[in-house]
Structures are given as C-alpha cells and as structure tokens.
Design a protein around this ligand. Structure first.
Ligand SMILES: NC(=O)c1ccc[n+]([C@@H]2O[C@H](COP(=O)([O-])OP(=O)(O)OC[C@H]3O[C@@H](n4cnc5c(N)ncnc54)[C@H](O)[C@@H]3O)[C@@H](O)[C@H]2O)c1
Length: 299
C-alpha cells in the first residue's frame, strides 16, 4: 500500500518520500509506481509524463531523512501493533508537534491503543487497493481527534483527486469493509445453501449492484425506490438474511486444501497459467476507464 499511497501524493504535485527497511523494498516500490504512472499516462488519466511525477519522489531507509520537513506522515507498515509502536516512538522524537501523522491501518484502533502518541493529532487515514485508482479514503476520528487536522487532510486529499469521507468513531471494519463483508456473508450463505453458483453471484454483483452503485448510492437508491416500499420489502427480507457469526465452511474447507485464490492458482475460480495476469490486467484497465468517467462526471 505504501508506494501506492505515495503515488497519490505525487500525482497531487507533492514532493514525497518513502521510507522502508530495505533497499529491495524501495526499489520494488519505485518500479511499481513507475509502471502504474506509465499505464495511467498511456490511458489518458494523467496529463503529465511519468518522469514529471517520478521527479517528486525520494526513497530512503533512514526515517530521519524521510520525515525531515514533512507536513504529513502516513504510516503503512504491516498490521502488527509492535511494529507500529516502534515506528511511532521514532516519529515522536523526529517530528515537530504540529506534524499530522496518520495510519493506513485496516483494523486497529490505534489512537486508543497508543493514547500518549500525539493525542488528538494522530488518526486513521484508510486507502483502498490500488490507492492511485480507487477514489475513496476513509478518515476515522475519535472524540479526541483535532477537527482542524481532519479538515486539513480532507482538503489535501480532495486536491489530490480523492473522495474522502469521515467516520466519527472507531467501528471495526470502518465503513467500506463492513458494507462489503455484509454482502460477502450473504453471498457465501446462498452459495453454501446451493441456491446459486459463485459465478452467478459475481454476475449479479457486477451487472446489477455494482453497475448502478457506481453512480447511485444506497440512500439515493432508497429514495428512488420509495421509502414506503423499502420499509415493506425490508420487513419481509431482513428476517431471512444470514446472521452467521462463524466463518462459513465453504471458505474454511478451501483454505484447508490450500485453495487460497489468485495467489495459489485456485480459489472459487481457477487462475492457473496466464489467467491470473490476464484477470489483473483486465481489472486494472477497466478500473482506469471507470476512473476516467469519475473524473469526467464528479458527483
Ligand atoms: N493490502 C491492502 O489491501 C490494504 C488495504 C488497506 C489498508 N492496508 C493496511 O496498510 C498497512 C500495510 O499493509 P500492506 O498490505 O501494504 O503491507 P505489506 O506487508 O505489503 O507492506 C508493508 C511494508 O512496510 C515495510 N516495513 C516493515 N517494517 C518497517 C519499518 N520498521 N519501517 C519502515 N517500513 C517497514 C515492509 O518492508 C513493507 O514494504 C497495514 O496496516 C494494512 O492493514 C492494507
């Protein structure tokens, strides 16, 4: 996620530094950024050449060098509290008090876990993969978070072409993962019951829900349906939806067999041979076309 997030700031015209623990990681991150910028440029998403944006990037294994003069620091180290804590101790010594420091954590209530680290000035800024393409960024604040810092980051993200939203209070999964997991639970439940096949669920997600949701949000949709109808239909359907709290066997069985998805070549679908690369390339191309439409018709 780190290089992708760095690319967002570079595309926003900011000088950006990435710090990692090894030169290999920095080199891989730099290559990934150049490749992504090149694809975006070739597809007409970026006006300036990859070289222009690359000139804004520096990489280093020295935390001190990376944070010098920075007005914003985004932490994106692995989701392990011990590693995050080590980083925060270093940053506390190196950064002036007014530097805004945020974490890209997916699940940890970090401001509550480390209450003495920058009280009020440290919160969550959650990007989605791949960060240069997916517009949404979730800013998660607590009661103690400095509102001015949140507003400032929100306006900077907007200038970088992102769509920030604020989640007021730590809820597990923030917003997007909660919505997504609710849909995934129902999808897994129906496949496990034998009512539908995985590829038909995916067709439904892409050809109906996703097709429309890209341009019409959930509350907007409810207003169009009519809230009286939504109330009647909810009353009938809600009691029939899955409320499973266990991970379903349809997933655990596959994990036990080593069928982990794209990374093992087999999941719900088969990705052997060139198929994984084909799927990724197609996804990237279509997401970039979608991003062009988003830029053309900002909501
Ligand atoms: N992968 C995703 O789709 C995704 C999406 C949203 C949020 N996140 C969150 O982003 C964070 C990073 O996730 P990731 O998937 O990119 O992890 P990753 O393991 O792919 O990358 C973490 C990077 O941090 C580096 N690192 C480790 N210790 C370090 C240190 N002490 N100093 C500097 N760099 C160090 C590693 O070398 C590695 O390059 C996590 O908090 C994760 O929950 C991930």
């Amino acid at each position: 996620m780190g290089p992708g997030i760095a690319q967002v700031w570079m595309m926003g015209g900011h000088e950006t530094a990435i710090v990692d623990i090894s030169e290999e990681a920095l080199q891989k991150g730099t290559e990934d950024i150049r490749e992504s910028l090149t694809t975006m440029y070739q597809m007409g998403v970026l006006e300036k050449s990859p070289d222009h944006y690359m000139s804004l990037l520096t990489t280093t294994v020295s935390m001190q060098e990376a944070v010098e003069g920075a007005s914003l620091i985004i932490e994106a180290v692995p989701e392990r509290p011990d590693i995050k804590q080590t980083i925060y101790s270093q940053l506390d010594k190196l950064c002036p008090e007014d530097t805004v420091i945020v974490s890209n954590t997916s699940s940890l209530p970090l401001p509550d876990m480390f209450p003495d680290f920058r009280p009020g000035k440290f919160f969550v800024c959650h990007f989605f993969n791949p960060p240069p393409i997916i517009p949404l960024v979730e800013l998660v604040k607590t009661d103690r978070t400095d509102q001015g810092a949140v507003e400032w980051l929100k306006s900077e993200l907007l200038k970088c072409g992102k769509k920030p939203i604020v989640v007021n209070g730590f809820v597990m999964g923030f917003l997007v993962n909660r919505l997504q997991m609710a849909m995934m639970r129902e999808a897994l439940h129906l496949v496990q019951c034998g009512v539908v096949e995985p590829d038909d669920v995916d067709t439904a997600a892409m050809a109906a829900i996703g097709f429309k949701t890209a341009w019409q949000g959930m509350f907007d949709t409810m207003d169009y349906i009519g809230l009286d109808t939504v109330a009647l239909v909810s009353g009938i359907i809600f009691p029939n939806l899955s409320n499973d709290t266990e991970v379903p066997a349809i997933i655990t069985d596959k994990v036990q067999k080593g069928h982990l998805g794209v990374k093992s070549g087999q999941g719900f679908f088969n990705y052997e041979g060139e198929r994984a690369a084909e799927v990724m390339n197609r996804r990237q191309t279509l997401l970039l076309e979608q991003l062009k439409l988003f830029k053309k018709y900002p909501s």
